[in-house]
Design a protein around this ligand. Sequence first.
Ligand code: ADP
Ligand code: ZN
Length: 750
Amino acid sequence: MQQALFQDDAVHLAARVLMDGMNDMVLDYAIPADMNGVARGSRVEVPLRSRSTTGTVINLVEPDAEWGHRLKPLTRLIDDTPAVSPQLMDLAEWAARYYAVPVEQMIRCIVPEPVRRERHEEKTRKVAVLLKWPDDDTLNKINARAPRQAAVLRYLHNGESKREPLADLGGTAALPACRALESKGYIRIEEEAVHRDPAGNEEFAPSAPLELNEEQAAALESIIAACDKAESQPMLLQGVTGSGKTEVYLQAAAHVMKSGRGVLILVPEISLTPQTMARFKSRFADTPGAVAILHSAMSDGERFDEWHAIHRGRARIAIGPRSALFAPVQKLGLIIVDEEHDSSYKQENAPRYHGRDLAVLRARMEGATVVLGSATPSLESLHNVNCGKYTMLRMEKRADGQRLPLTRVLDMRSEPKDKRNLGILSERLRMAIEDRLHKGEQTILLLNRRGFARALQCPDCGHVVACEHCALPLTYHATENRLICHLCGFRAVVPRSCPECHEKNILLEGYGTQKVERVLRNCFPKARLQRVDADVTARKNALRDILADFRAHRIDILLGTQMISKGLDFPGVTLVGVLNADLGLCIPDPRAAERTFQLLTQVAGRAGRGDIDGEVIIQTYTPHAAAIQYARRHDTDGFAENELGLRRQFNFPPYRHLAVLTVRSPQEELADFSLRTLHKRLLAVLPPGMEITDPAPAPIAKAHGQFRFQCTLNALSARNIADIVSREISRLNVGDDITITLDIDAYSFM
Ligand code: ADP
Ligand code: ZN
């Protein structure tokens, strides 16, 4: 609490407060003389006009000489220790400027909703604690007069902890007996906070550290050395899938925790990586409460409890997806960003920050070490290694001594279009699956994206049935027998004939997981097959249960979308098939090749983790694409070199920063006109070296009932783009039916 005030100053200084929920409205308030501990980052309650609201103290300031004495006083200091540490306050301010968003939006990420609303005050329960155990004589007397009191005493005495929840002693019925015992000094009744643990009903058996191989030991040694020196030069741990990165994380975390500091572990969306969470819970099972999980699917109460457990320093290790980057870990010593290349680290709505990039910044601000881990690092991080900004740690061997799987690329153009498999399954892949079924080995089949191209297309006029609101092709879902828009959720019945030319031939084009499932069931009627996609996993814990079944070999073939490519480890899998590798290569996105390479390499890493070598079969219509060929050879360095060359040539990231400026409105002309105006003004003030594309309809030209127009900015400095564009946006007087967004370091160009 370096900013805590001296008693004397408190009367003089005012608190500058950022109001909740009012885009960066800032007001000064007097600090009442009897209110101690108000500091930067404190949460406070303040009067605003005739009502009361909450906010965050962003600074302590000299009050204005003339007006200072008229300031209204703060009503209440919400927490003893500031909710937002000075470093996180700095991070919020830095990020707000970099991503051109109000500071309030960043504070909202740091102090999550349930904590802001204070709604979910910790629940408490009554517990009885045994203070004194009577001698036999006394106990007999008690038993004779008040058998219930004797029973309570015995129950407490027999328990190991000598304290039991009142509910277990008979609830309110036992209260009079307990009160009587309390007045005689035998027991004490206490209020105890009940911590809502999101993993509460799961048991984690403690796990011992593994003996590291040479590569792991070297990586761990470098990480520990950096942690001990509080060195903040980021480290990139590039380790092939199965090289045992998680074990290195675990031992590094244990070291940092032992030295009394905290650890933050970021993972891609956590429901897809339950194994990582379980491995941390297990390793630290001996220290109950040491590991806190932050999770988007958690209830408000759970989030409230976990946040406070971390804030108080009770939980020393916090694990979570992107947003956990703001977790109030005390005395932060180490940040790990697992699968650092994963695009889920970029937030796709405001504030559009990048979790990995802010993690690097936070580490620097807090003097913590940061480790970015991946088998297929992002080109941004590899570029930073090339520039000497990051240190590279490499692990090239699989921890279990396995060889990387043999990968074949199959040209689907030369496959006969067989009626039975509808061009979904090549003969080669079919035979390979058959072979695994024979031997009792397991197969993973990957299909890119849910509901891909199960569009309804008329073979006569070519008309594609599209969403009324988004103009995008609707996707057919067999379970509901409905057409669904994946952007806005619009649902429509399936037309009997073409809405354009009224021919009756209209049919399903392309395929999704459900169609592949049907083909597979026809080919392998006896196989135990499980489909995994967003439809199936909508039910809570469905994914976890399916993965447990697969691990226990109650499933032969797992068919799924991207979500099965992440961080999974199944020794029984010897075959991985990629059904449609090219999908994702033909979208307007500078990272399309990188993503495809990463996906193929990651999924290939799932094959052959047991004693048997793995095989990977990639089906594609573009077999010579660089992303596919380098992935076939597991050549991450080769791909990176080749792709970085192209990126430099086209002025793409990581050499330049790209930002997407989007204007949306329900009125098409209005959106178009506003962007044109903004574009014209930007052209007039554009500094040399900054480029802007001409305004155009976005690839997704209409979504959620709004027309979308966009242009892309390209510059060496992202900050320059943010400053200039946000200044021009604020000068533009637009009405309520126009939304303008600026996505700095954009990852989506649709
Ligand atoms: P990565 O995260 O790099 O893909 P994992 O950490 O999942 O790799 O490790 C792959 C497998 O190797 C796991 O089953 C893990 O338990 C095992 N493993 C890791 N390190 C060792 C080691 N030093 N000795 C034996 N097995 C190990
Ligand atoms: Zn739609």
